[in-house]
Design a protein around this ligand. Structure first.
Ligand code: NCD
Length: 307
């Protein structure tokens, strides 16, 4: 695999290969010294044109645990502020000798565009509302780990909230349906994409009606920074209808698990402290984020077997 820009580029075979490799990386992360020489001599650049906490830091940690060199590009202190174009920025960094770009950008398609300008591998860490493939890998791995099974056929995954602006939802719908899950989207009609009838999902506007049959409840952040106009009448109304509170957690089956990609909007979609949710996987998602990104970087860059 040369690039990881979308789940469809990865395909079903790639998805299972990365999930398998993640198990080996998770084992490395339990060692007293969680570091292997696998990517010694390789250089990974983080190019984040949009804010990030966990994705950026987990890629950086992942690269370091595989002994790669890391370069950090901070837009606010770079020549982008002097008007340098994206192409010139990529070509400049490429000239220094890099093996992979981890890119996040507000515009859809930037990872594909960049791959025309460099020979390095490209990992999409989020392009607009389009794709966030490593988050979907994290989530598939975390669900399989929590349920103790590889095959997710028949699993009922409910994704709640701002589907329209969510790259996490798009990548997850693709990945979980490849693993056999049944997916239900719950959102106000204004927060659903226009072409939803072509997606492999069921749609509901009533969260309470689907809780009892949900195995995995996946809450999304209301992405106000991507909203052109007021798509929800009021935050209060949104949280009343789509927020996760104690009563809704109690209405879940005792085996159901709850997920959120972070960052959470407390008081909007999360009306309960995650530590009060019995089966919250939110911390596991963050922890597994490092192992998954190690697996991805290893798969893209390694020339040797894992030791
Ligand atoms: C998400 C993102 O940036 O797409 N966060 C993440 O990577 N964990 C989700 C979000 O911003 O709501």
């Amino acid at each position: 695999m040369k690039h990881l820009r979308s789940i469809s580029e990865l395909g079903a075979e790639g998805l299972s290969r990365i999930l398998k490799l993640t198990e080996s990386m998770a084992e490395i992360n339990t060692r007293a010294v969680p570091k292997v020489p696998a990517l010694r001599g390789k250089t990974v650049v983080s190019l984040f044109f949009e804010d990030s906490t966990r994705t950026r830091l987990s890629f950086e940690t992942a690269a370091k645990r595989l002994s790669a060199e890391t370069m950090n590009f901070s837009v606010s202190t770079s020549s982008v502020n002097k008007g340098e174009s994206l192409r010139d920025t990529i070509e400049t960094i490429t000239d220094m000798g890099v093996d992979a770009f981890v890119v996040r950008h507000k515009s859809v398609g930037v990872p594909w565009q960049i791959s025309q300008w460099t020979n390095a591998s490209i990992v999409n860490a989020g392009d607009g509302a389009h794709q966030h493939p490593t988050q979907a890998l994290v989530d598939c791995f975390t669900v399989r780990e929590a349920l103790g099974k590889q095959d997710l056929s028949g699993l009922n995954l409910t994704i709640v909230g701002d589907i329209k602006h969510s790259r996490v939802a798009r990548s997850n719908i693709h990945a979980f349906s490849m693993l056999g899950a049944n997916i239900t989207l719950v959102a106000p009609p204004t927060l659903l994409p226009l072409n939803i009838e072509h997606w492999p999902v069921k749609v509901s506007n009533d969260l309470d009606a689907v809780l009892a049959s949900t195995d995995v409840l996946y809450m999304l952040r209301l992405q106000s920074e991507r909203m052109a106009q007021g798509l929800v009448p009021s935050l209060h109304e949104y949280s009343t209808r789509y927020g996760l509170d104690e009563k809704r957690v109690a209405a879940l089956q005792s085996s159901a698990v709850v997920m959120h990609p972070g960052p959470m909007n407390r008081g909007v979609e999360m009306l309960i402290d995650p530590s009060d949710i019995p089966n919250s996987l939110i911390h596991r998602q963050v922890t597994n984020g490092v192992s998954v990104r190690m697996a991805v970087l290893f798969d893209l860059l390694s020339v040797e077997e894992l030791s």
